[in-house]
Each structure stands twice: as structure tokens, then as C-alpha cells.
Design a protein around this ligand. Structure first.
Ligand SMILES: [Zn+2]
Length: 214
């Protein structure tokens, strides 16, 4: 092998390119030729220095880039408004839950005041009304519970409302007690809204999940 061929192959090796000849032939020549061995060492050092050279100074653009960003990222205002609406709904639910419990508790304790119903009937309906208030408060504390609470709260309200209207017409219920049922209606409407909002916000299943579902 000529020294010229050897040095061409050495350059290729330093650049990570194909040698164009068997590597052991190259190494054999290097071992036997002090000229090429010295050339190889020098070339290696030059290549290494070139690779370690300082990067040219780059101006610090952090302030300029941050300054050029829009004051609010798109969607941030929508998200803030949604959070505000969520908080408002939960506060309404707390108020409705507390009012509902305040109405139910005296009847539950004393067994009196429920349109001269037998004591146990009054207490039982007091317990149901208190449970409804507790459900409102539970959804206010953990909005993810809204969908699970709907079958009970929704069916209770769907039955209570037409029965109350019929009883009002027949004179079986006082207007003030009938009006108190509007509290239940308001609470259920808020719970349904909370459930609908969290369902709408739920992300679509990932691709892998879709494959499992299919
Ligand atoms: Zn040589």
C-alpha cells in the first residue's frame, strides 16, 4: 500500500466514511510506516481541535422572545372562564345542599312539622331530604361524582315534581312545602350541568384504547 492510499483511508476513517480498503491492511501499514503513523496522530489532533472549537457567540434572545409572545396564550381565557363557571356551579350546589339539609334536619330530629304525618313517616321523609342535600354537597366537593348521583337525584325529582303539582291541585300539600321542592329541582339541574360539562371535557380515548374497544 502506498503512503498516499494509506493517508486517504485515514482521512476517511477520521470523517467516519468508508475506508475503501480492508482495515487490517491500513493498520498493518500504520504499524510498519512511522511517517504515516505520525501523520495519523497529527491529523487526529487537528480533527479533534476543530470539533472542540468554541461555538460562535450567540446573542441572548430570551427577553426578546418572551416579549414577543402574546400576553395570553390562545385558549387561556376560555379555560379561565370555564374554571370560573365550575366554581360558581359548585358554590350554588353548596348553598342548595345546606338549605336542603336545614329544611330536612328539624323534621328528622323532632318528627313534627310535616303536615301532621305520622312521626316515622315524617322522619323517613326527613332522612330522604337530608340524603338529597348530602348528595348535593358531595357533588360540590367532588364534581366527578355528578354523573353517578344523577340516576338517584334525577328519578327522585322526576317523580316528585308531577306528584307535587297534582297534590297542589287537589289541596293535599301546602304551597310552602311544595315551594321547598324547587330547591331539589335547582340542585338537580346544577348536578346535571356539572355532569354534562365534565363529560364534554373528557379527552377522547388514546389510539391503543380504541384498538382494544374495536
Ligand atoms: Zn506510509
Amino acid at each position: 500500500m502506498s503512503c498516499h492510499t494509506c493517508r486517504e483511508a485515514l482521512s476517511a476513517r477520521l470523517d467516519g466514511e468508508p475506508l475503501g480498503l480492508p482495515a487490517d491492511e491500513l493498520d498493518a501499514h500504520l504499524a510498519a510506516c512511522p511517517g504515516c503513523a505520525g501523520w495519523a496522530a497529527a491529523a487526529e489532533q487537528v480533527t479533534r481541535r476543530a470539533r472542540l472549537a468554541l461555538a460562535p457567540p450567540v446573542p441572548d434572545l430570551t427577553v426578546a422572545v418572551l416579549g414577543a409572545l402574546p400576553r395570553e396564550l390562545p385558549g387561556a381565557r376560555v379555560a379561565a372562564r370555564a374554571r370560573l363557571a365550575d366554581t360558581a356551579l359548585r358554590l350554588v350546589l353548596v348553598a342548595v345542599g345546606v338549605a336542603q339539609a336545614a329544611l330536612a334536619l328539624p323534621v328528622l330530629v323532632s318528627g313534627a312539622g310535616a303536615m301532621s304525618a305520622p312521626v316515622h313517616m315524617a322522619r323517613e321523609s326527613g332522612a330522604w331530604n337530608l340524603a338529597v342535600g348530602a348528595a348535593f354537597l358531595a357533588v360540590a366537593a367532588g364534581p366527578r361524582l355528578a354523573a353517578g348521583a344523577l340516576p338517584f337525584l334525577g328519578s327522585f325529582t322526576a317523580l316528585l315534581l308531577p306528584l307535587t303539582v297534582a297534590d297542589l291541585q287537589a289541596g293535599h300539600v301546602h304551597a310552602d312545602r311544595a315551594l321547598a321542592h324547587l330547591l331539589v329541582l335547582a340542585g338537580v339541574a346544577v348536578v346535571a350541568t356539572v355532569a354534562w360539562r365534565s363529560h364534554r371535557r373528557r379527552p377522547a380515548p388514546a389510539v391503543a384504547d380504541r384498538r382494544v374497544l374495536a
